[in-house]
Write a protein that binds this ligand. Structure first.
Ligand SMILES: *[C@@H]1O[C@H](CO)[C@@H](O)[C@H](O)[C@H]1NC(C)=O
Ligand SMILES: *[C@@H]1O[C@H](CO)[C@@H](O)[C@H](O)[C@H]1NC(C)=O
Length: 305
């Protein structure tokens, strides 16, 4: 989340806007798939290659142009990249049983349960729902939502526990081999399109919708720490909204990653270094995917404010 959101809304997972008016206004101005009550500054896409090598990956471009400056990878990095490459080579397995997993990261009971229930009605077999309640046991009455809570843990805003909760949702959903696309949602998200449209849009896209951009200021690249070197260079540091959708391959890659995740667990948190206010869930996935599969992500999010 950007600074703007923090100032306006305080800790995340608050729906501070008046809902009916807000819903009507926002539905009418956007064509995104889903909408969340989050403020997030929009930035243009940019690349650390400064347009010089615009059709090529940065590393490819650099290694062919400037081999002298390419650093040597550590054993862990070489291993991590080999695993990622292999997972990316596995073609997606789409069948008529393929499902989209909707992952709700919420403090407790979902306020829009009824709305979502309408959205899902009649599409049984094409979706699955997982709920991570981080504060209190939810009370859900509709059949789609009851008994869908996973084993959860406390989540602190800005801390790695937020990423841990996302990973907990992903791994639970990965256990069902029919889940082919994964959507992370907050309790304040509502759908803007029909189920069929959302299903086709996500399942047949070949990218994950993960926002990722360079924010050169203190709330972006300024949060990078020396300790993240050598694996995460300052130039590789990215920012993006927390809310993502992810294809199965990418969810597996997130589970397989210990190396880059540990850099964020250790060195990305409010106050870890003097005045740096690193927020793990705003940087980990945007940075990780722009490094290991830049062509495989959209760089923008299907959730909107
Ligand atoms: C996704 O599909 C588009 C066109 O349909 C193509 O240009 C692009 O290279 C594909 N991306 C990947 C990662 O396969
Ligand atoms: C996302 O941005 C990266 C550069 O960071 C670029 O290489 C990639 O092609 C972009 N993805 C899409 C789908 O445009």
């Amino acid at each position: 989340m950007g600074e703007m959101q923090k100032n306006l809304q305080g800790p995340r997972h608050r729906t501070s806007l008046k809902k009916p008016l807000w819903v009507v206004l926002t539905v009418s101005v956007t064509s995104m798939l889903l909408i969340c009550a989050q403020m997030f500054p929009r930035h243009g896409k940019s690349s650390s290659c400064h347009g010089l090598y615009s059709n090529r990956g940065c590393e490819d471009a650099l290694s062919s142009w400037l081999p002298v400056h390419v650093r040597k990878f550590t054993d862990e990095e070489i291993a991590a990249r080999a695993v990622v490459r292999d997972i990316l080579r596995t073609p997606p397995l789409l069948t008529e049983n393929s499902k989209i997993a909707f992952l709700f990261l919420t403090p407790g009971t979902l306020p829009f349960e009824k709305l979502w229930d309408e959205f899902f009605k009649g599409h049984e077999g094409k979706f699955s729902i997982y709920i991570h309640p981080s504060k209190e046991r939810p009370v859900h009455i509709s059949r789609h939502f009851s008994e869908r809570e996973i084993y959860s843990d406390e989540v602190t805003w800005g801390r790695i526990s937020m990423v841990d909760a996302e990973k907990r949702l992903l791994v639970n959903a990965l256990e069902d081999p029919d889940n082919q696309h994964f959507v992370l949602l907050s309790e304040s998200c509502i759908p803007l399109h029909t189920f069929d449209y959302t299903y086709r849009y996500l399942l047949y896209s070949n990218v994950s919708f993960i926002e990722s951009f360079v924010d050169p200021g203190p709330h972006g690249t300024g949060r990078h720490m020396e300790h993240m070197l050598p694996e995460i260079a300052r130039d590789d540091f990215r920012k993006g909204a927390q809310w993502f959708t992810m294809k199965r391959q990418h969810a597996i890659i997130v589970m397989a990653d210990g190396l880059y995740y540990s850099k964020f667990r250790e060195y990305c948190g409010p106050g870890i270094e003097a005045d740096k206010n690193c927020i793990a869930d705003e940087h980990y996935l945007p940075t990780f995917f722009s490094m290991i599969d830049p062509m495989g992500i959209s760089n923008w999010s299907v959730t909107f404010v």
